[in-house]
Ligand binder design. Structure first.
Ligand code: PGA
Length: 246
């Protein structure tokens, strides 16, 4: 099912594999029409199936910027987002290693790291297509519930709901890093096309809130209601509440 709701282009497919195929096609299409595309990429369980389907796509001229990284964390740590991206995508496609950008969880001067990351995105010409998941608190990137929308790449304390959700990858909750470096809401908003993805019944409530709720920095994804070019790609389980409310 494909429908337009306000500024959102909503795509719903029955299951996880079929929505991943649609999202992978959109990304591959972006690269085919503009081989030197700048992509913003996300980690997490949601895009895993998309990355599998992108193996074989020509990334030779593509530049990638990842949304975020835990801090502190070594890039060799199997829970780092650096490791995740290498394993699940970058080691499996022909991307030029110089074109891989992920905030460093090893940065000592993290304010300088944030500024440099922001500058590098700007110097690349900005992000053509930004892939996003949605966290349990409605975050995009690690833009956690806050009093204002953080504009630029910044250092952030993770919300307890994020720590709880991500503890599934760690031995225990107290092993989850408490901080991260993330693109800001402004950084994300500057992308020319946003590809927001949600899968699974546990995302149904938050999807409805992000799309239909108040535009509120407590739910950072809600800012996307104002973006002119958002594709919202969901499986049926994640879409169920939103579709009932439209
Ligand atoms: P998930 O994470 O894909 O693992 O659900 C999404 C997020 O926290 O943004």
């Amino acid at each position: 099912m494909d429908i337009n709701y306000k500024k959102f282009k909503v795509i719903v497919r029955e299951g996880y594999e079929s929505i991943c195929a649609v999202v992978a096609e959109i990304i591959a299409g972006q690269i085919a029409t503009q081989p030197d595309s700048v992509l913003g990429l996300a980690t997490g369980s949601t895009p895993l199936g998309v990355y599998k389907k992108l193996v074989g796509t020509d990334f030779s001229r593509v530049t990638c910027f990842n949304l975020d990284e835990y801090h502190p964390i070594e890039r060799t740590n199997h829970q780092s987002y650096h490791y995740f991206m290498m394993q699940n995508l970058f080691n499996r496609v022909n991307i030029n290693p110089d074109n891989i950008n992920i905030p460093s969880g090893e940065a000592v001067d993290f304010a300088a790291e944030c500024d440099a990351y922001e500058e590098k995105i700007a110097a690349s010409g900005g992000i053509d297509l930004q892939l996003l998941g949605i966290g349990p608190c409605g975050h995009v990137g690690f833009n956690e519930p806050a009093a204002i929308f953080p504009k630029q790449t910044h250092y952030v304390a993770l919300d307890s709901s994020t720590i709880e959700a991500n503890s599934r990858f760690f031995e225990s909750t107290d092993k989850v890093p408490k901080h991260a470096i993330t693109m800001g809401v402004g950084t994300i908003f500057s992308a020319r096309h946003i590809l927001l993805m949600a899968t699974g019944s546990h995302k149904a409530d938050i999807v409805e809130k992000v799309v239909l709720g108040d535009i509120d920095p407590q739910v950072s994804g809600s800012i996307l209601q104002l973006h002119p070019n958002v594709t919202l790609a969901m499986d049926a389980a994640a879409a169920v509440k939103l579709l009932q409310s439209l």
